[in-house]
Design a protein around this ligand. Structure first.
Ligand SMILES: [Mn+2]
Length: 299
């Protein structure tokens, strides 16, 4: 007997499609993993953990699910060549954006991000990619594939003219040379730079009123917080400084879609799954507040 994957936050928080302001899409993509595997289990792990998240957000002061959260019952099909899987995601995200939804994609490996970014970029002039990640992901190709998780930002630059990369603390000499030479529209805030005060203001500079796609590679966080990921890196930012940054980002810019990728659920590390579910809950809450729905005001 197969056990059905729960909807985000559980049945009590499920909204009909027409009434939902938020759509949650699963994409259990695991095609080009280079070190630890397991990202195919990411979406189910996040959804399972989300049923344990308190519906009330103690910081925002309301229940984010009241904005209406619809969880797509069918994960994006990842069978066959990766190019086809990515096209399916571009199509799905595009339909949901056209239906007026705030689209949250649960990964799956980071390779999926450019496909979702493509859908958003073709509908939003001047879309900015905000990337939370330990890795630059600026390789043009990795292990023979231009669609590797290690190329996520290189491929996204095919669709957007501006990237803000935060928490970066691992890349190759080729990526270093590319960054040093200067990529138009690309700004990086390294992990070590985020140990200094004032980093959030630098990261947010010029984003007022701009449409944003937010990608969160969960290896951005310190591995003490999220060890269950394929390529963990020490020295990642902490929870509250990140939430504080995201709060400002949602207040000043217009985040139209987001993803959380690279969670690889592992035995004994359920806190990682829960942390990602809690992060998504916070992002939905911040989106709900930006809509100024009744009961979601700033105190
Ligand atoms: Mn990445």
């Amino acid at each position: 007997m197969s056990v059905k994957t729960p909807v985000f936050l559980g049945d009590g928080a499920d909204a009909p499609f027409e009434e939902a302001r938020v759509a949650v899409v699963s994409m259990p993509l695991e095609a080009t993993v280079s070190y630890g595997g397991g990202t195919a289990g990411g979406p189910a792990g996040i959804l399972e953990a989300s049923t344990q998240v308190e519906l009330y957000d103690e910081q925002l002061g309301f229940e984010p699910y009241r904005a209406g959260i619809w969880t797509d019952p069918a994960p994006v099909d990842t069978a066959g060549p990766i190019e086809q899987s990515l096209q399916r995601l571009t199509g799905r995200v595009g339909e949901l954006l056209d239906a007026g939804k705030f689209v949250v994609t649960l990964g799956g490996e980071h390779s999926l991000t450019p496909a979702a970014v493509a859908a958003a970029a073709s509908r939003q002039d001047g879309l900015v990619l905000v990337q939370l990640d330990a890795h630059a992901d600026l390789r043009e190709s990795y292990e023979g594939s231009p669609h590797s998780h290690a190329c996520a930002v290189a491929r996204s630059l095919d669709h957007v003219a501006e990237v803000r990369a935060l928490g970066i603390r691992s890349y190759s000499v080729e990526e270093a040379e590319r960054i040093r030479a200067g990529i138009p529209g690309y700004r990086v805030l390294h992990g070590w730079e985020m140990a200094r005060p004032g980093w959030a203001q630098r990261a947010l500079e010029g984003l007022a009123g701009r449409p944003v796609y937010l990608t969160v590679d969960v290896d951005y966080f310190d591995p003490a917080l999220i060890p269950a990921t394929g390529t963990p890196e020490p020295g990642g930012p902490d929870w509250w400084e990140t939430i504080s940054f995201l709060t400002e980002l949602f207040e000043m810019s217009r985040v139209v879609a987001c993803d959380a990728v690279e969670l690889a659920p592992a035995p004994g590390q359920s806190h990682a799954d829960f942390t990602v579910a809690r992060l998504i809950h916070k992002l939905i809450g911040l989106h709900a507040r930006s809509l100024q729905l009744p009961g979601t005001g700033v105190d």
